[in-house]
Ligand binder design. Structure first.
Ligand SMILES: *Cc1c(COP(=O)(O)O)cnc(C)c1O
Length: 451
């Protein structure tokens, strides 16, 4: 099993050929889910005493399993938040896998950590974070948000000399992502939901009013959203920063989707105030063209993240004794880690940051054109002017059932993946555009199917 023999050499070619073939497809197939029964009938039991052999297992993946997975990088995959990894980033994912790098410590993965940190620095600079800022790539925004809030609570408790209220509380806008609620459940803390304004934003004045009304001294952090998932709305970050500064609260910005747009000059002013945050996250696997799974978590003062997250154990002493070494494990809720920032780093290093700026601007331009197109058609109506690249709209007169049937038809025809969403009890639908290959023609063709 562990010998690089002729058989392995053949398999290497087969696997790499498969990867090359997948990367060259244009367009990629949309594909779609199959039932458990269908998959079992086609694939059978794949784990056997003798093994299937690499060729058979690869063929099974190619013919049965891969077609049962929707391609998130299809240009008409517009649901949730899609992904559109660059060729360089996908290719480098193969290299990371082949390189057996432990990405948790400087001792073991210095070269990888050095490169990951330069990629993190690019993001920190876009946000205007200070030179000492730093962090780590974690699995996803959910884990990034949790890790930041754990650090925030740890810092608050340390500032209070270890004293803690009955219940810690985190404040966020009522449109915040479900992962904030989830983090609160994991941490056994409460969430104070702040009403959003008529544009869907958490604002400084409303935050101040809600905190004053709440009255108690148990809030330790505020989560602002830099691009909500459903609408792409950016909170009033400067207003939130003012309140956090006045009240000594940790400001975390959840920008899993939207903070990629820090690189886009046309919308950069929406994020003014981000430079005053204590922590932030952005998922390169969303709008920064990296493969799953990859979230950049950054702290203004990384020492606060480290104080909360460093694990101590006898067998780890040789790592912690490294003194000033940068150990990615120390900055989030994890220990062993894949150097998952490397595909993103390789892509940034390969194409340069201008290509990123242009690709993000392109998706913004296409989104604005889609909004214009919706305004020009009598049977659809924009729910809001898009802040970023999410366009939410209603089909006048449609019931919830009609949206679902339409969405199923698009999928069944292998044409597009556009799902309904619910806003204030009303079923509507949305285009989330993060793929530079998505064209205005793609979107108008989908709108045509709603006429
Ligand atoms: C997607 C998203 C998350 C969760 O990120 P995962 O990588 O899916 O865990 C959190 N917050 C926002 C605003 C998001 O869009």
């Amino acid at each position: 099993m562990h010998r690089y023999d002729d058989e392995t050499e053949r398999l290497a070619h087969a696997v790499i050929d498969y990867a090359r073939h997948r990367l060259r497809l244009d367009p990629v197939p949309l594909d779609g889910p199959r039932s458990y029964e269908e998959l079992l009938a086609s694939a059978g039991e794949t784990i056997t005493e003798e093994g299937l052999g690499g060729d058979a297992a690869l063929a099974l993946f190619e013919q049965v399993l891969a077609p049962a997975c929707i391609s998130v990088d299809h240009p008409r995959y517009l649901s949730f938040i899609p992904a559109a990894p660059t060729e360089a980033s996908s290719l480098f994912d193969l290299v990371v896998g082949a390189s057996s790098i432990y990405g948790g410590s400087w001792l073991e993965g210095a070269g990888a950590v050095f490169a990951e940190n330069q990629a993190l620095r690019w993001i920190a600079d876009l946000a205007g974070f200070p030179a000492e800022a730093g962090g780590v790539f974690v699995q996803g925004g959910t884990l990034g948000n949790l890790s930041a809030l754990v650090a925030a609570r740890h810092a608050a408790q340390a500032r209070r000399g270890g004293a803690r209220p009955d219940r810690w509380v985190v404040a966020c806008g009522s449109e915040a992502h479900s992962s904030i609620d989830h983090a609160a459940r994991v941490m056994d803390i409460d969430v104070l939901a702040v009403p959003v304004d008529d544009q869907g934003r958490l604002t400084g004045p409303e935050l101040e009013r809600t905190l004053a009304l709440h009255g108690r001294n148990d809030v330790f952090a505020v989560v602002a959203t830099g691009g909500t998932t459903n609408f792409g709305i950016v909170d009033d970050l400067a207003g939130v920063a003012d309140v956090c500064a006045a009240r000594g609260l940790w400001m975390h910005v959840d920008g899993a989707y939207g903070l990629a747009a820090l690189a886009a000059p046309s919308v950069r002013p929406l994020f003014d105030g981000i430079e005053r945050a204590d922590s932030m996250i952005v998922d390169p696997h969303k709008w920064l063209f990296a493969p799953f799974d990859c979230c950049a978590l950054l702290y203004r003062e990384p020492a606060l993240g480290k104080a909360a997250h460093t694990q101590t154990a006898g067998y780890l002493d040789v790592i912690t004794e490294g003194g000033d070494d940068w150990n990615p494990s120390d900055y989030a809720y994890h220990l062993s880690r894949r150097a998952r920032g490397l595909p993103f780093w390789f892509s940034l290093a390969t194409y340069g940051t201008r290509a990123y700026r242009e690709a993000i601007e392109r998706t913004l331009t296409v989104s604005r054109a889609a909004a214009d197109e919706i305004r020009s058609r009598p049977y659809v109506e924009l729910m809001r002017e898009p802040n970023l690249s999410v366009v939410v709209f209603r089909r006048l007169g449609w019931t919830d059932r009609q949206y679902h049937d339409w969405s199923d038809r698009l999928m069944a025809a292998n044409f597009a993946f556009v799902t309904p969403t619910v806003h204030e009890g009303e079923t509507v639908t949305r285009f989330a555009v993060v793929n530079p290959r998505t064209t205005v023609a793609d979107l108008t063709a989908i709108l045509d199917t709603m006429a």
